[in-house]
Design a binder for this molecule. Structure first.
Ligand code: SF4
Ligand code: SF4
Length: 205
């Protein structure tokens, strides 16, 4: 089982730039999703920001299902500057991969709970780290796309774009770099100080 918690209201508000489309996933029963809090927050966002569509659907972790579910909303999605996703880390990564040119942001942190992890066609994976980093990495998870789960950028060991630990795997941080370049967000890679992962965050409050 896993659990999602909303990021702070301030951080979600700061992500809602320009025309905003919101996607909620109410799919897995194995994932606790804070539906009521999300609903309240999205009402406030609609009052204060330019929210042009709120979509509530299921199993956005399945790329084919996601495409199908969003088909009727594509006119609004094409207009959007920002897509805010309220789901577990797998769902957010799937949306970010499907809309490569859009700014796709995570509004939730995903934590691990023991037990059944749900059934998803895992094109991507979430390590349920409790402090979702996807908003700084163009929607690519540094915990699972990098063999060392680095959060401050590349280790320097990649050769020809491939990971030094797993030579069959593309370096996750090179993928993140290319994605940020595409989004014109390379500034995300300039840190004032290194980030320190708080392993105490791996459990919900
Ligand atoms: S950064 Fe990765 S592991 Fe952490 S919550 Fe986000 S998707 Fe999951
Ligand atoms: S080569 Fe890339 S993916 Fe592999 S450990 Fe280093 S930064 Fe991570």
């Amino acid at each position: 089982m896993l659990i999602t918690q909303l990021k702070s209201k301030e951080s979600i508000e700061s992500l809602a730039v320009g025309k905003v489309v919101i996607i909620n996933c109410h799919g897995c029963k194995e994932v606790y999703f804070p539906e009521h809090q999300a609903d309240e927050l999205q009402k406030e966002l609609s009052d204060n920001k330019e929210v042009i569509q709120i979509i509530t659907t299921d199993y956005i972790c399945n790329p084919d299902n996601l495409k199908l579910q969003l088909k009727k909303h594509m006119d609004k999605i094409n207009l959007a500057d920002t897509i805010l996703v309220f789901s577990c880390g797998v769902g957010i990564q799937t949306v970010a991969a499907q809309f490569e040119d859009k700014k796709v942001y995570s509004c939730c942190d995903t934590y691990q709970l023991p037990g059944f992890q749900g059934v998803t066609p895992l094109n991507v994976d979430c390590g349920q780290c409790g402090e979702c980093y996807l908003n700084g990495t163009g929607g690519i998870c540094p915990i699972t796309a990098c063999s060392k789960s680095l959060i401050n950028g590349q280790c320097g060991g990649a050769k020809n774009g491939m990971c030094e630990v797993d030579k069959d795997m593309e370096c996750g941080w090179e993928r993140i770099y290319r994605k940020l370049e595409k989004l014109n967000k390379l500034d995300n890679m300039k840190y004032d100080a290194p980030k320190v992962r708080n392993f105490g965050n791996s459990k919900p409050e």
